[in-house]
Design a protein around this ligand. Sequence first.
Ligand code: DGL
Length: 240
Amino acid sequence: MNGKIGIFDSGIGGLTILEELKQILPHEQFIYYQDSKNNPYGEKDEESLFKIVTSIVEFLIAKDCKLIVIACNTATVKCMKKLKKIYSDIIFVGTVPAIKPACEANYKNILVMATPVTIKSTRTKELIDSNKKDYQNIYLVSCEGLANAIETKNNDLINKLLHKFLDSYQTMKIDAIVLGCTHYPLIKHEILEVIPTAQLIDSSRGVAKEVKHQLELNKIFGNYHQTITFYTSVDISINN
Ligand code: DGL
């Protein structure tokens, strides 16, 4: 089947998902759109975010994408339902905080780190309501500014923010931390320096498996030599 797999994020975070996709889909052609110009998505209002995301989706459709991976929790929880309605012939695979696998693994004290928009979203509440067992505690930590500090590689700010958000949990025996923003797996080492005993759980493997499942289900596997094409909004502006 012809057609490419489009992936986008507000910057470098979605690369953590692209890495998994590359491993399990060796015969696909990927297009990665890195929207660094509009980072952070996690602090935008719904209308502006939807406008930005729609432009990227149209760009990827014009580049012949058969499936689009929203490699961003924030854009998924805010825009995916509407996108599926508008572009009903495109297959979308989204990314949500890995609350379900963390609950299924029976961790008792689970901390969820995500952008302010993701933390406040109905989707996050739904994931907790449908997966949390009575004995489990879930602590939501809204990490304003962290994704942008990672995007701009500001190491001093990253460390300062991690201490601000996590220090008060250091004595609480946190068993697992759900990395509910695709930028956060890029700073696993720094997170573990603040809470060394926690297991870190991200969504990348789950998203990659779902993409493979959708290709199988719709019989649209590619048979190419794997290629990856990168676009960035810093060079190609499609949002104005
Ligand atoms: N990487 C994105 C996420 O998974 C968004 C980061 C941002 O732009 O705020 O939520």
